[in-house]
Design a protein around this ligand. Structure first.
Ligand code: URP
Ligand code: ZN
Ligand code: ZN
Ligand code: ZN
Length: 466
């Protein structure tokens, strides 16, 4: 009789390409067999009536990143991965920010120290390049790619982060040499600076004007420019957090030309609008992120991008700040001018339930596309496939079991991250993850964490797109 640690029986399994009914035999953290009457196991999990899916991979989250002006992110690695596990995820990819004057390796060591022993899910770091010195370009990046840090994020806006076109080209040249994948935050910095000054001079400083200061034109122009620089450099490019039709169409056009340009969108661009920033008493600050949520037509465009394959990945861009501060020292989101409101909103726990309910349950995407957008394509894009992102013999047993009929009114308490609100409060959702398993160990059952913190750092291969 074949022996397994765990067998999951009776569920409907979906991958990015197939749906089938069978049992899953798990041994030593990996999927060892798929089939029927597999043998005996220490534990049997009955998944009858449930979907059995690859655990979610969220390839765009910010955790414990310094945010300027002494503002501290609301999540550390424990609380962010706790919320991720509650929301059906088994892996997140946060960023290591290169800080000015600090050697990149030292920053990376700090993030590792913060993550070590704290994580409920697996983690792997992207590198944010804020200062492409000769040391960084010539020595650090090539060595770090070799060690499994195979993706860089670059910014075209934000003080202290924005790179010039020349600097972008230099980073892309290293990506071409090392076959790393470049992720780009595409917004025109000068447009934003100009409009921010104008709005402030006119006394228009409420959170709502954050959206006015970062119009579609600024995003579309930077998206086109980033694509052009990637074309010149002959490198693949991931345009992250796309918010609207015009930027989406730039990506579609590039792909139609045969360029390896990829796109990401996020829950905020499907469910929020700039109208949400209009709240009184600075409450609109709870929705301040960049690019800003737009309008209903933009939401429709983002759905089309997900349906038609213009977008490959659906991530949270989880970037949590508290609205209130219990110590009263700092109310990060509640300052005077939108200029000083930290950019970013929480979403790592809400991402999958929102796409499941709004996408699969409402018939906008099928379950296979859901798996592709939330797990498989993240694994392929960032060099984790087929160890991660699918249900197949030999893959890590990273699994989420979903109750497709569960009805919930979303509250911040269900997500249990370190922020003090969710921008998605009150959404009526159908479908919820009832069990999350990381490398064969159950880390969440029925909305409760089991207390196992077995999350580890995963070194990555070169992207399938490179
Ligand atoms: O507003 C956002 N998105 N903050 C997070 C940082 C980034 O640009 O991804
Ligand atoms: Zn069976
Ligand atoms: Zn960004
Ligand atoms: Zn981000």
């Amino acid at each position: 009789m074949t022996r397994f640690d765990t067998i999951i029986t009776g569920g409907r399994i979906s991958t990015a390409s197939d749906t089938f009914q069978c049992d899953i035999g798990i041994r030593e953290g990996r999927i060892a067999a798929l089939g029927h009457d597999l043998g005996i196991a220490d534990e049997t999990i009955d998944a009858t009536g449930k979907w059995v899916l690859p655990g979610g991979i969220d390839s765009h989250v910010h955790i414990s990143q310094p945010s300027g002006e002494g503002v501290v992110m609301a999540d550390d690695f424990e609380s962010a991965t706790r919320s991720a596990a509650l929301g059906g995820n088994t892996m997140v990819l946060p960023f290591c920010l290169q800080e000015s004057g600090v050697p990149l390796r030292e920053s990376l060591k700090d993030y590792h120290a913060k993550a070590e022993g704290s994580c409920h899910t697996d983690v792997s770091f992207h590198l944010i390049i804020s200062d492409p010195t000769e040391q960084v370009l010539g020595q650090d990046l090539p060595a770090l790619v070799h060690e499994g840090y195979t993706s860089f994020k670059v910014f075209m806006t934000y003080e202290g982060l924005a790179l010039s076109d020349l600097e972008l080209l230099k980073v892309m040249a290293v990506a071409r040499e090392t076959r790393a994948l470049v992720m780009v935050h595409a917004e025109n910095y000068d447009v934003i600076r100009y409009l921010t000054d104008q709005l402030e001079q006119a006394g228009r400083t409420a959170p709502f004007f954050h959206a006015t200061s970062r119009p579609v034109i600024a995003e579309r122009e930077a998206t086109y420019r980033a694509i052009s620089l990637a074309e010149l450099s002959e490198v693949p490019l991931m345009v992250v957090h796309v918010s609207n039709r015009e930027a989406m169409e730039e990506i579609r056009r590039a792909r139609q030309k045969g360029l390896r340009i990829f796109g990401e969108t996020c829950p905020q661009y499907l469910t929020l609008t700039e109208g949400d920033l209009e709240g009184l008493n600075m409450e609109g600050a709870k929705y301040v992120c960049s690019p800003p949520p737009r309008d209903h037509e933009s939401q429709q465009a983002c759905w089309e991008g997900l349906q038609q394959g213009v977008f490959d990945v659906f991530s949270s861009d989880h970037c949590p700040f508290r609205y209130d501060d219990p110590q009263g020292k700092l109310t990060p989101k509640g300052r005077t001018s939108f200029r000083w409101v930290p950019n970013g909103i929480p979403g790592v726990g809400a991402r999958l339930p929102i796409l499941f309910s709004e996408g699969v349950v409402k018939g906008r995407i099928d379950i296979n596309r859901f798996v592709a957008l939330t797990a498989t394509n993240h694994a392929r894009t960032y060099g984790l496939y087929p160890k991660k992102g699918t249900i197949a013999v030999g893959a890590d047993a990273d699994i989420a079991i979903w109750d497709p009929g569960a009805k919930n009114r979303l509250t911040h308490a269900m997500l249990n991250d370190g922020a003090d609100y969710t921008p998605y409060e009150g959404m009526e959702l159908t479908g919820w993850p009832v069990l999350t398993m990381l490398r064969g160990q159950t880390i969440m059952r029925d909305g409760v964490l089991t207390g196992i913190r077995a999350g580890a750092h995963v070194a990555r291969r070169i992207s399938d797109h490179a």
